[in-house]
Design a protein around this ligand. Structure first.
Ligand SMILES: Nc1ncnc2c1ncn2[C@@H]1O[C@H](COP(=O)(O)OP(=O)(O)OP(=O)(O)O)[C@@H](O)[C@H]1O
Ligand SMILES: [Mg+2]
Length: 269
């Protein structure tokens, strides 16, 4: 099968320093892939490189094929066209993606209208408003009419992340990249958002590249995992195999730390 995202031998440098070294990663259409690693291991840079959003001071070598197009060295026009259609992003802190001065309904309506134009359709305002409400319902927001008219500071953190997910869905991407989408949320909300993401990618047939430093979180959503340390891949494979029987000492340490945390939460007997 042709991969939706195929990263081969990716090296990212700032100045003389390699931040990511010789990384390879495949995401097949419809697959759910997790990227795990401690803070600073290069997860976000890898995700940004996948859609050509690296800051200008970072140089990429190697190959990133997204939906059949080369991203490394691509012109901005090519990238703009690819983003949205091929891949959409959900970030750790939804406020970075949302505009505080624009009502929620419009923030989802704009990418939606762009997608319709791309598909050669020109729906009226009513049709857009109806679709926006549908998307807000799709991410299980309550009282969608109120949310559509609200500004982002009028809704809770968990609701904002749902809005950010609805914005990503509005693009109807083939790949959803979620970079620590639940780190800023409390445990209950985190769990709900994880379930939502898992259900959505399955039902919409999207692929998911899910990024987290938190192993149990990744294990909940991903079928395959790549473990990153100091910018290099240390282990890669089916999530079950890697998490049950880790081969690399670093992965073993992550698995053991997660197990110890679970034990600490068990009630004393
Ligand atoms: N613009 C930049 N210029 C120089 N170095 C950078 C730049 N952006 C990131 N880095 C460095 O690259 C490394 C990888 O950063 P990255 O943001 O990808 O880590 P991460 O795995 O996403 O970490 P976290 O879990 O904290 O989000 C870090 O050491 C970081 O300091
Ligand atoms: Mg990061």
């Amino acid at each position: 099968m042709t991969a939706l995202l195929e990263i081969s031998g990716l090296t990212l440098r700032a100045g003389g320093q390699a931040l990511v070294s010789d990384l390879s990663l495949r995401v097949e259409p419809g697959a759910r892939v997790g990227l795990i690693g401690e803070s600073g291991s290069g997860k976000s840079l890898t995700a940004l490189a996948a859609v050509g959003l690296l800051p200008p001071e970072i140089r990429a070598e190697g190959s990133v094929m997204l939906d059949g197009r080369q991203v490394v060295g691509a012109r901005e026009e090519t990238l703009v066209e690819l983003r949205g259609r091929a891949a959409a992003f959900v970030f750790q802190e939804p406020l970075t993606a949302l505009d505080p001065l624009m009502k929620v309904g419009r923030q989802i309506g704009e990418p939606l209208a762009r997608r319709y134009r791309r598909e050669g359709r020109s729906p009226g305002r009513r049709e857009i408003a109806r679709k926006v409400r549908e998307l807000l319902e799709r991410v299980s927001l309550p009282d969608v009419d109120r949310v559509a008219r609200a500004y982002t500071f009028d809704i809770s953190g968990g609701q904002r992340q749902r809005v950010a997910i609805a914005m990503a869905l509005a693009c109807r991407p083939r790949l959803l990249i979620a970079d620590e989408p639940t780190t800023a949320l409390d445990v209950t909300t985190q769990s709900e958002i994880l379930d939502l993401l898992s259900d959505l990618v399955r039902e919409e047939g999207m692929a998911l590249l899910f990024i987290s430093h938190d192993l149990p979180v990744v294990a909940r959503v991903a079928e395959e995992v790549t473990v990153l340390r100091h910018g290099a891949v240390v282990e890669q494979g089916p999530a079950r195999t890697v998490l049950r029987d880790p081969a690399h000492p670093y992965t073993k340490m992550l698995v053991e730390a997660a197990a110890a945390f679970d034990r600490a939460l068990e009630p004393a007997r």
